[in-house]
Write a protein that binds this ligand. Structure first.
Ligand code: URA
Length: 239
């Protein structure tokens, strides 16, 4: 009897998560189309996909820094071009370089699971990195690499127009927020990025694999992100 009760609670829970997801998808599409219609463009949704495709084609053979010599694939970004939530990491690793998609290795699995726990799938969000090509041996991005690559990410943000950006780890957080403060100090604090877009820095999922206890913080911060998106959708007030 108790088992049955638990099972039906679990099914209710899954149903609520499903409803939340489809609500977010519908809401995002409608709002974005309304925004574009105001600007005299009827194909808002189509537009960000097309613009991202154009951007990808224009940079896929990029040779602006030495990383192109070692890459198997440029890792542009993946997900929903009309999302309200972008997640930004540092640079592709080995697996990402092979597959040409962001966060598909161990850190990616942790991220995917955490997103699912807050009721989102990877298809609901857009994931990208500061660098589009893998630094050898996963070393830190160099200033000259960031200088030439960051404008590509800025253009992606401009096209997608997310309400919230989660910067994952020190690199992405410090770069977008123009701060030298470490992630342990700034994680979970909402800050303004540009008009209509805020940033919430969170731990990098790769760090959560090695640091006991950080996984819990990672999930808590993502729950806060989910709540923040919910609040913005209810009140229509965009910071
Ligand atoms: N780490 C990152 O920062 N980005 C990826 O795409 C994968 C691992």
């Amino acid at each position: 009897m108790i088992e049955k009760g638990r099972e039906s609670l679990y099914h209710d829970y899954l149903e609520i998560i499903d409803l939340f997801r489809s609500y977010l998808r519908r809401k995002t599409k409608t709002e974005k189309n309304q925004r574009y219609q105001k600007q005299g463009n009827n194909a808002g949704e189509e537009n960000s996909r097309v613009l991202l495709g154009n951007l990808y084609r224009s940079i896929k053979s990029c040779q602006k820094c030495s990383l192109h010599k070692l890459r198997n694939n440029l890792v542009f970004g993946a997900g929903n071009p009309d999302t309200e939530l972008m997640l930004i990491g540092e640079a592709p690793g080995r697996e990402e370089d092979f597959q040409g998609r962001p966060f598909v290795g161990a850190a990616g699995r942790l991220l995917t699971e955490a997103l699912e726990r807050i009721g989102l799938s990877r298809a609901d969000v857009y994931i990208a990195n500061i660098l589009k090509c893998r630094p050898p041996g996963n070393r830190n991005p160099q200033p000259e690499e960031i200088e030439v690559c960051f404008p590509y990410l800025e253009r992606q943000i401009e096209i997608i127009k997310p309400k919230l950006i989660c910067t994952m780890g020190n690199f992405a957080s410090q770069l977008l927020l123009k701060t030298s403060q470490g992630i342990t100090h700034i994680r979970g604090k909402i800050q303004c990025y540009k008009e209509n877009t805020s940033v919430i820095p969170i731990f990098h999922p790769a760090a959560c694999i090695y640091k006991p206890g950080w996984g819990r913080n990672f999930l808590e911060d993502l729950m806060m992100v989910r709540d923040e998106l919910g609040k913005r959708n209810n009140s229509k007030k965009i910071v």
